[in-house]
Design a protein around this ligand. Structure first.
Ligand SMILES: N[C@@H](CCC(=O)N[C@@H](CS)C(=O)NCC(=O)O)C(=O)O
Length: 234
């Protein structure tokens, strides 16, 4: 059984999609990042960066003690290796998949996160910051669109690279992007959205965090955007 420390955000969806795809049993431990659960000592012991997702694998392949992991890319690679699924075994194909997985972690995630922050959450609307990150996400969607022009998925078959990127393309409207400008990306998005495992993964949202989503109060804003080193002092 895998314990999954989860909230209903893009980085959380990556792991529920993977687990649903491979059928590995999991137990969700909700970490309400709007209420400050990410600063609780028991969570920080698993995820010292106070971010979801994180996992504890109580049944690791070496039969040793439980393995704890944070960072969604590392978790996806670990779970793909554990199950032998959604990651190629061939050396070259695996290297290709890993570069697209890391591309998401180092580019699409951080840029889309900042885009969301400055366009949708920041009280001060700073045109320079809004344009900078919207343009970066536009460029990154363009990189994916080009890559997908002559192949169905980012790296050969459907893989952890697609699973990592997908939740960052779902909210293309909030990202200030017109999906029709990216026809290959749109086809990819629709194909993945139709997968039963993906549908099941997103069903957690309504159960765990029903309602309009996003930040609702000044207190939630302070918890998410007022963080310093003191936030994780225990
Ligand atoms: N690089 C990390 C990013 C994780 C991340 O930013 N998680 C967000 C939710 S999408 C979070 O936990 N935020 C809590 C906070 O900002 O305090 C990963 O890929 O796992």
């Amino acid at each position: 059984m895998i314990d999954l420390y989860y909230w209903t955000t893009a980085n959380g969806h990556k792991i529920t999609i993977f687990l649903e795809e491979v059928g590995l049993p999991y137990n969700i431990i909700p970490i309400n990042i709007l209420k400050g659960d990410q600063f609780k000592p028991e969570f920080l012991a698993v995820s010292p960066n106070n971010r979801i997702p994180a996992i504890v694998d109580h049944d690791p392949a070496d039969n040793g003690p439980a393995i704890q992991m944070f960072e969604s890319g590392a978790i996806l690679e670990y779970l793909a290796d554990k199950t032998g699924q959604l990651i190629p075994k061939d050396l070259r194909a695996r290297a290709d998949t890993m570069q697209w997985l890391f591309w998401q972690i180092g580019n699409l995630g951080p840029m889309a996160g900042q885009n969301n922050h400055f366009a949708n959450y920041a009280v001060d609307k700073i045109p320079y910051a809004i344009n900078r990150y919207r343009n970066e996400v536009n460029r990154l969607y363009g990189v994916m669109n080009k890559r997908l022009a002559d192949r169905p998925f980012l790296s050969g078959k459907y893989s952890i690279a697609d699973i990592a990127c997908y939740p960052w393309v779902v909210p293309y409207e909030r990202q200030g992007q017109n999906i029709s400008d990216f026809p290959h990306l749109k086809r990819w998005l629709e194909k993945i959205a139709a997968r039963p495992a993906v549908v099941r993964a997103y069903e957690h949202v309504e159960k765990i965090n029903p309602g309009p989503g996003g930040i609702r109060t000044a207190e939630e804003r302070a918890i998410l955007f007022g963080q310093t080193a003191t936030s994780i002092k225990q």
